[in-house]
Design a binder for this molecule. Structure first.
Ligand code: IPE
Ligand code: IPE
Ligand code: MG
Length: 246
């Protein structure tokens, strides 16, 4: 029996976040340049988005480029930006066909102008789609996001528009780039690294973490379904004891 058949379709996570890691090592293993790994990784993204659409995952967030990734060799950064631009433009039609809305989080204004424009365009042409929201984390860092939210709140306090005791989890959430997305129930990281790398720190306070050795360009929907089956075997207690659940 495949993993898809083992899924409990009534207990799917609403939101899955993925750290797509291992493109460079995948390419190197074959004696190819790192960029070849990134290009191949796009095929995994397409398959995973279709897998999510197929089973009914409402939100998928993928970490595509971190703030720290700006420190990579300039040739790799440029290649990643070009790949991003070509991919979002090539995929606009497929996103619409699959009823997927494109969204982006991160310090988007630090991206090349062409990237900003094309992203805005594809987000606009897919904005009415409702089956799944695909969020790209681009030039994203959780510490950047939390600091930005804190500054916005501090500004409102300073201007006398907000009292200290009005600062709640909900109010803080509303200042995050993910304000209109529920927290992920499941986070997957490929390539055998066991770390968060500055991804969704606030939002993942109670997320189930799943790590796999599989490198991102080898990750396909069957691997996603395997991760969800694993997630569905877990007991999420949120601080309570087993007997209190149900
Ligand atoms: C993930 O793969 C893609 C990005 C970070 C853009 P890597 O490029 O980090 O691949 P490895 O980890 O070096 O193998
Ligand atoms: C995390 O991967 C960022 C993305 C997948 C976009 P990295 O490869 O950049 O992370 P580290 O350097 O291993 O922490
Ligand atoms: Mg990596």
């Amino acid at each position: 029996m495949g993993f898809k058949e083992q899924l409990d379709i009534n207990r799917l996570p609403e939101h899955i976040a993925i750290i797509m890691d291992g493109n460079g090592r995948w390419a190197k293993n074959q004696g190819k340049f790192r960029v070849f790994g990134h290009e191949s990784g796009v095929l995994s993204v397409k398959d995973i988005v279709e897998g999510c659409v197929d089973i009914g995952i409402k939100y998928l967030t993928v970490y595509a480029f971190s703030t720290e990734n700006w420190n990579r060799p300039i040739e790799e950064v440029n290649a990643l930006m070009e790949l991003l631009i070509s991919t979002i433009n090539e995929q606009a039609e497929t996103l619409n066909k699959n009823n997927v809305r494109l969204n982006a989080i991160g310090d988007l204004k630090s991206l090349p102008q062409k990237c900003i424009d094309d992203l805005a365009n594809v987000m606009e042409v897919t904005s009415k789609n409702s089956r799944c929201t695909l969020t790209l984390a681009l030039s994203y860092s959780a510490k950047w996001e939390i600091l930005s939210a804190t500054k916005k709140i501090a500004e409102q306090v300073k201007e006398g528009k907000l009292n200290l005791d009005e600062i709640s989890e909900e109010l803080f959430n509303a200042q995050l780039t993910t304000s209109n997305i529920p927290d992920p129930e499941l986070m997957i990281r490929t390539s055998g690294e066991h770390r968060i790398s500055n991804f969704l720190l606030w939002q993942m306070a109670y997320t189930e973490l799943y790590f796999t050795e599989t490198l991102w360009p080898d990750f396909r929907r069957e691997d996603l379904f395997e991760a969800i089956v694993d997630y569905q075997k877990r007991e999420r207690r949120f601080g309570k004891i087993s007997e209190q659940l149900n």
